[in-house]
Design a protein around this ligand. Structure first.
Ligand SMILES: O=C(O)CCC(=O)C(=O)O
Length: 282
């Protein structure tokens, strides 16, 4: 079925809220939205003195996202990382398992299973925005300046997620049910968007490193824009040269800012668990 037919079908079923998903994948739409938002929302000039990222040069970070779709590495302060970890180990978590939505705590999980025997691959802190530290990271003045420089307007909306990915040798199908994004895809979050991600634990290719194709935010075969946002590994690796595959590994606190319309995915955490803090600006 063509993209247009699929899109029309989904709009009929799910309503106009799907429009950003259908249209936000096109560069022209993002540019028009950016121009309109620049007028309506403008660019604020926050004071950068209270930032967690004093070493970041805003212009360089914006230029890197424009060119490569990513700026890195960032480093969250150790006390901020410790606070996020403490929240994730004590707050209520939620996840989708085969039998539906589950509510639990970190201490309930043993080898990626809940006490009722259900496989649980992820654990999302319920309503992470209730925690002041989460908002402090999202609203960091340097982070907002970089997002404004990239998006063309200072974002006034963002989603915050703090989530575990538990170590498991589960197959891709089970990971899909759990909404774990271990398959290459591009995001279409709204008409325009950008993304911040920070590892709360040491993270490498054995426990959930993020992989992306640099520059693919502005370099996709046109036909791929009209279908599913997902692509298989072999298709991606056949299309993009291997120098553009970037595996982001780092110690706890390492982060990156990205235009997540690039192809990206998380490697499945097989050896140990992973904890990620992410902010989607739009
Ligand atoms: O968890 C990650 O590293 C990737 C997240 C992701 O792909 C997404 O949220 O779209």
């Amino acid at each position: 079925m063509s993209f247009v037919k699929q899109a029309v079908g989904r709009i009929r079923r799910e309503g106009w809220s799907l429009m950003p998903y259908a249209l936000g994948r096109f560069h022209t739409v993002r540019s028009l939205y950016s121009a309109q938002s620049r007028v309506l929302r403008g660019k604020k000039r926050p004071s950068n003195s209270q930032t967690m990222f004093p070493d970041v040069n805003v212009e360089q970070a914006v230029a890197a996202i424009k060119k490569d779709a990513v700026y890195l590495p960032l480093k969250l302060p150790a006390d901020v990382v410790a606070e996020l970890k403490d929240i994730a180990q004590t707050a209520g978590l939620e996840a989708i398992s085969k039998s539906g939505k589950q509510f639990f705590h970190y201490s309930d999980v043993k080898e990626a299973h809940l006490p009722n025997g259900e496989l649980v691959l992820m654990g999302l802190v319920a309503n992470a925005k209730q925690f002041p530290i989460a908002n402090r990271i999202a609203e960091d003045p340097v982070a907002l300046s970089v997002m404004a420089g990239y998006l063309g307007y200072t974002p006034t909306r963002w989603e915050i997620n703090l989530f575990w990915s538990f170590a498991s040798d589960a197959a891709l199908e089970a990971r899909k049910i759990a909404t774990q994004t271990t398959e290459f895809h591009f995001d279409v979050h709204s008409y325009n968007f950008a993304y911040a991600a920070y590892y709360v634990l040491d993270t490498d290719r054995n426990n959930g490193a993020h992989v992306m194709i640099t520059g693919s935010h502005k370099d996709k075969p046109t036909a791929w824009l009209f279908g599913s946002a997902n692509q298989k590994d072999d298709v991606i690796y056949a299309h993009y040269p291997k120098e553009r595959v970037l595996i982001i590994e780092g110690k706890a606190g390492t982060g990156f800012w990205q235009d997540s319309s690039c192809y990206h995915k998380a490697l499945p955490p097989e050896r140990s668990e992973r904890l990620l803090f992410q902010v989607r600006y739009f």
